[in-house]
Design a protein around this ligand. Structure first.
Ligand code: NDP
Length: 322
């Protein structure tokens, strides 16, 4: 089969198309034919060798996708050949076929567009846990969503709105601001002005929560935008990692909370995975959630997809089509 193969860590030029043996399912695994693979920021951290994300070479990138079951390993009873499935924990998804634990796969409702399923798994479940579990939004909570026109950002904005929160969003261009507003953001500002917008809206009190996947460039202003006992949810580092931090600062800034969550801990068991994915599929089917596919690339163009994502040229979800 064709797959992207990374032989050494580095810049986007290390993403090369090549040939690998077709995967065979081990006990407890399924093998799926990939209809679409999701491109995520994590794939960039991994390929660049940043911190805990550093990958062992050679490897095939990608964790997310949707497709059709080709074969099941010993002991797998939940899936059979021909079933539509999606996943956010399938290492090696930038490929024509992928093997993954059946426990990481989610059944896709029959007739559901597999591209949409692939587009919503990782960023959708992330947005879901951030505003339902990490900080369960309540009616009227003033929130900040950075990079609101991005993959996670557009979904998170919509999910905060459905829980009754107020979204102060950031975006770097007018076109991105318009998109974020269309998805429900109440106020869209530049990265320099969001603190001021929060102060005005909250009667100088501050935001209940900031969802910050930008990291280094926004961290300080995000902390300063919080109300006493507010929560800083640092969930990514698109602009680079936040430098070491003295926890004493949380005291003087208003007994703040700081968390650095990751999806794996919020789909900790099968029930939680099926709950989050199931709600996403349900909202999509009812037209209550809009997933924007901002770019589709042939598998061989994985390099261009990651370059576009890192250069802030994209909105919504990027997919690779094998
Ligand atoms: P996005 O589609 O949001 O792309 C990143 C966006 O970040 C850009 O479009 C850009 O929007 C903004 N940005 C701001 N500064 C920079 C910069 N210096 N370089 C690049 N981009 C910048 O990506 P994803 O939706 O895939 O991911 C968003 C964040 O969520 C990432 O940090 C990712 O690691 C994190 N994440 C975390 C998960 C978790 O469980 N912890 C799971 C999934 C994603 P603009 O141009 O508007 O500024």
């Amino acid at each position: 089969m064709r797959a992207i193969i990374v032989r050494e860590l580095g810049g986007p030029e290390v993403l090369a198309i090549g040939e690998r043996d077709d995967p065979q399912p081990k006990p407890g695994e399924i093998v799926a034919k990939v209809a679409a693979a999701g491109v995520n920021y994590m794939d960039i951290y991994q390929r660049s060798g940043i911190g805990a994300y550093k990958a062992q070479t050679p490897y095939t990138p990608g964790a997310e996708g949707a497709g059709t079951v080709l074969a099941v390993g010993e002991g797998v009873t939940e899936f059979a050949a021909g079933d539509p499935v999606a996943w956010a924990g399938g290492p090696g998804s930038y490929a024509e076929q992928v093997a993954l634990p059946a426990a990481s796969a989610v059944p896709v409702p029959h007739g559901f567009d597999l591209k949409i399923a692939a587009a919503v798994m990782l960023q959708g479940m992330t947005a879901h846990y951030l505003c339902n579990s990490t900080f369960p939004i309540q009616e009227g909570n003033i929130t900040v969503v950075h990079a609101a026109a991005g993959g996670v950002g557009l979904l998170l904005t919509q999910m905060i709105k459905r829980r009754g929160g107020v979204v102060v969003a950031t975006a770097s261009t007018t076109a991105k601001a318009v998109l974020a507003q269309r998805m429900g953001a109440d106020h869209v500002t530049s990265y320099d002005e969001f603190g001021e917008a929060v102060r005005r809206l909250s009667g100088e009190r501050g935001a209940s929560v900031v969802f910050d996947g930008v990291g280094q460039a926004t961290f300080e202003a995000s902390l300063a935008a919080l109300r006493p006992r507010g929560m800083m949810v640092l969930y990514g580092a698109a602009s680079g990692p936040v430098p070491p931090f003295d926890p004493q600062r949380l005291n003087s800034a208003g007994s703040l909370f700081l968390t650095r969550p990751t999806l794996a801990h919020y789909v900790a068991d099968r029930a939680e995975l099926l709950w989050r994915a199931g709600e996403l599929f349900e909202w999509l089917a009812k037209g209550e959630l809009d997933v924007r596919i901002g770019g589709e690339y042939p598998l061989a163009d994985a390099r261009r997809a990651q370059e576009d994502l890192a250069a802030r040229r994209t909105t919504g979800k990027l997919l690779l089509i094998p």
